[in-house]
Design a protein around this ligand. Structure first.
Ligand code: CO
Length: 650
């Protein structure tokens, strides 16, 4: 394949003395990742790709980021096949992908051999421009990616992940840019994933980068705060030669600024984007028709998120926090989490909030709030972060946090991927024969083993026997819920009710004692348990979204009589070890692995007893006291509720 450098566009009329402005279209990647939770299908793309290819864009961002994972996991599509199809119908415009440096398109570091092969195959299948970023701006995590892209003839664009913090100064960003330039990147992009780069800050930053480096500068922002269009104007006037836009109907909100608007603004300036407006109109109409089928019904009413100007937390992250708290029946703690998050981020050395640091900081903040004590629960990902396994944080990690995690251990100081052994030689050893069809499959499997394997099995079925992809079921579920908004609202109201939470916690504890029947009352709520079901109030409404055997409804205002006798935990056969969160109980670390403990075992305080998986993270549960494991109550893989006794130590 041929390398394409950042060059002036081909169309340049003879009388045109204006400065060319390059526009990257993000409609087929970032825009739908931001607005549709990445649910655009390949067939959606194929219906309009020819027109997009004709529009005169500098490049099309069509791949990478979350699209790889979502294709396999939710759409049951082969991401490589998507790329090949796009390339076959968009031969004119360079294709671009978002590469997470050493994290490739996943959430952790992969060894160099996997990254190198990934880049080689991406080039071969159609990617021309690789936008490479690292969540910590640790250039060591981008080195191998840049080297591989150049080796296979691609355009390596180094990204600066933009954030606001006491340690993120213009000088610091210039340092990162210079380090990228030393690695011979073909261009540099300022990646403002949260949409918090103000026009004035853009002007300062771009001017500094133009002055201090010789590499073409591109700007990437999101419209979340409403500043995006002004930011582009100032950035371009300061010397950025390229900007990222989306077609209007796929733009704005948490997506990019609209391309039509930017065209109109720059028309009166010396800059010249030269896009075909007829094409843009066609593209806009196409997505206008498609959008209602792909948009979530829960889109916020306000097109601007004014809060982001205060807390600087990306929109996608807030919706993740929302769903994590919902899983924990703790939606009422959202404001506490938003207050905690800047503190956790400061403790962790002010990482920019982008995959994967956004997940790590987000979940640690949720745990800090839910546990009632900061860093009482620290998932594996936070530990690895503090150990330096994600790279060098922008500022030193808080001493107390570092001491809690590391003890006497020292954090690593080398390039994190130097610690990883090559993976390709034995990568697919455990995969049943016949499921892997290509070299690309091997790479998909290296990055997302469980998800890829499920996809391979699904693909291997005869077409008529394949179950609907998860995305179809998801959509049906959403439509069903939209038809019955009242009970869902009621459940939400109950979830934010203190009494309700106390009662349901109590209920799960009692359920763990395997009593068959009881009723308790608190203020105007009554709660009764019969068999496996828990009812609150007089009528039963919708089961909770978590699918637990817990049903809720408003109570008829009954006078509160004395609570029925509830056995105290002390009446149990030992010290109960409660689940710290709603989640899934595991007695062993994985299939075929031995249990942490069995009934009758002796344990010391601090020994690992089990795992509770919550919010996609694995929390090891340690023994609070020493003694004998008297009983293990839930089964391996069973759902547990916060506060429910899991293990009794006598
Ligand atoms: Co973005």
């Amino acid at each position: 394949m041929t390398a394409r450098k950042a060059a002036t566009p081909k169309q340049k009329t003879s009388e045109d003395t204006r400065i060319p402005l390059r526009i990257t279209d993000t409609t087929l990647r970032d825009a739908h990742q931001s607005l549709w939770a990445t649910r655009m299908r390949t067939k959606d793309i194929m219906g309009i790709i020819d027109t997009i290819d004709q529009a005169g864009y500098y490049s099309l961002e069509v791949w990478g980021g979350a699209t790889f994972d979502v294709c396999l996991r939710f759409l049951r599509e082969n991401p490589w096949e998507r790329l090949r199809l796009i390339k076959s119908r968009a031969p004119k415009t360079p294709l671009q992908m978002l590469l997470r440096g050493q994290n490739i398109v996943g959430y952790k570091n992969y060894p160099d051999d996997v990254l190198d092969r990934f880049v080689e195959l991406s080039c071969r299948n159609g990617v021309d421009i690789f936008r490479i970023f690292d969540a910590l701006n640790d250039v060591r995590n981008m080195e191998q990616a840049i080297r591989s892209v150049k080796r296979y003839g691609g355009h390596a664009q180094g990204a600066i992940s933009y954030t606001i913090s006491p340690v993120h100064t213009v000088e610091k960003y210039v340092e990162v840019a210079k380090a990228l330039e030393a690695l011979e990147v073909d261009s540099i992009v300022i990646k403002d994933m949260a949409g918090i780069l103000s026009p004035i800050a853009a002007e300062r930053l771009v001017s500094a980068l133009v002055r201090e480096t010789r590499v073409p500068i591109q700007l990437h922002t999101h419209a979340t705060s409403g500043m995006g269009t002004a930011t582009y104007v100032e950035g371009v006037r300061a010397g950025a030669g390229a900007i990222d836009c989306a077609i209007s109907v796929m733009s704005s909100r948490s997506s990019q600024p609209p391309v039509e608007t930017m065209m109109a603004i720059f028309k009166e300036t010396d800059y010249h984007a030269n896009l075909d407006t007829d094409c843009l109109r066609k593209i806009c109409r196409y997505f206008e028709e498609l959008a209602p089928k792909r948009t979530s019904k829960n889109m916020p009413i306000n097109p601007i998120d004014p809060d982001i100007l205060l807390h600087h937390i990306p929109g996608g992250m807030i919706s993740n926090l929302h769903s994590q708290l919902a899983q924990q029946n703790a939606l009422d703690r959202l404001s506490d989490v938003l207050e905690e998050l800047p503190r956790t981020r400061a403790d962790m050395g002010y990482p920019p909030l982008v995959t994967p640091t956004s997940q790590i900081v987000g979940i640690q903040s949720v745990l800090n709030v839910l546990a009632g004590e900061r860093y009482a629960m620290i998932p594996e990902e936070t530990r690895n972060y503090v150990k330096g396994q994600y790279g060098r944080p922008p500022a030193p990690i808080d001493k107390k946090l570092a001491a809690t995690v590391l003890g006497k251990e020292k954090p690593i100081t080398c390039r994190p991927a130097d610690m990883l052994a090559p993976m390709l030689p034995t990568a697919t050893d455990g995969v049943p024969a016949g499921l892997i069809e290509s070299e690309e499959d091997v790479i998909s499997y290296c990055i997302f083993p469980e998800v890829a394997l499920e996809y391979f099995k699904w693909r291997a079925m005869p077409t008529e026997e394949r179950p609907d992809p998860p995305v179809v079921q998801e959509r049906q579920e959403e439509e069903k819920q939209a038809q019955q908004p009242a009970p869902a609202t009621e459940v939400q109201r109950l979830l934010s009710n203190e009494d309700y939470r106390e009662l349901s916690e109590l209920a799960s504890r009692i359920a763990a004692l395997q009593l068959n029947e009881f009723t308790i009352r608190r203020n105007d709520l009554t709660l009764s348990l019969r068999g496996n079901g828990v009812e609150i109030g007089a009528d039963i409404a919708t089961p909770l979204p978590s699918g637990q055997a817990l049903a809720a409804a408003t109570s008829a205002a009954t006078p509160a009589p004395k609570p029925a006798a509830v056995p105290e935990p002390a009446a149990m056969e030992g010290t109960p070890v409660p689940a710290p969160l709603n989640g899934t109980f595991y007695i062993s670390p994985g299939p075929g692995k031995p249990e942490f403990v069995k009934e009758g075992d002796t344990v010391k305080p601090g020994d690992t007893l089990c795992i509770v998986e919550a919010m996609k993270l694995f929390n090891q549960i340690k023994a609070p006291v020493g003694g004998t494991v008297v009983r293990i109550l839930p089964k391996h893989g069973e759902a547990v509720q916060k506060g429910q006794a899991m293990i009794l130590i006598g």
